[in-house]
Design a protein. Structure first.
Length: 152
């Protein structure tokens, strides 16, 4: 199983929101700049994540995308399934033509289902807080909050 760019970028973008802005609204341009993700592609990813209720959005000057739940509640598996579909190693059943004997297919399909379940369990065991904690331990700096003070 290989995670697509869409899946990898989504994980990096959600980490960015969780780590750099404590889950609060973050503008796409800021995430794209910090994570090296094309902004237009990031917008598409966020639309999928919004439909899956993983992120929310807020309009306006202080707006952007935010986590719909806390970083401890959002699992990596939620994101992967929202963007990639079910986590599966086996072939799709529909339209499959095979020349293998029925017994061999049953055995290999059972092994692949078991491996798929194990991979899914690994994705579901990890949360975005599990990504933020090592960043703190490594001494990664959080960007400073961009609060503006206006003096007239």
């Amino acid at each position: 199983m290989k995670l697509s760019n869409k899946g990898r970028y989504a994980i990096r973008a959600l980490f960015d929101i969780a780590y750099c802005n404590d889950g609060r609204p973050t503008q796409v341009k800021d995430i794209a700049e910090r994570q090296g993700i094309p902004p237009r592609f990031l917008e598409q990813i966020f639309q999928d994540l919004k439909r899956a209720a993983i992120v929310g959005s807020k309009r306006g000057p202080q707006g952007g995308y935010n986590l719909a739940r806390t970083a401890t509640e959002i699992r990596l598996g939620d994101v992967v399934r929202a963007l990639e579909g079910p986590i599966a190693l086996g072939e799709k059943e529909a339209g499959r033509k095979t020349r293998t004997p029925q017994d061999a297919r049953r055995v290999t399909d059972a092994v692949l289902r078991d491996l798929s379940a194990r991979i899914e369990a690994c994705f579901c065991a990890g949360t975005f807080q599990d990504i933020c904690d090592p960043a703190d331990a490594l001494g990664m700096r959080r960007p400073r909050s961009q609060r503006y003070t206006y003096v007239i």
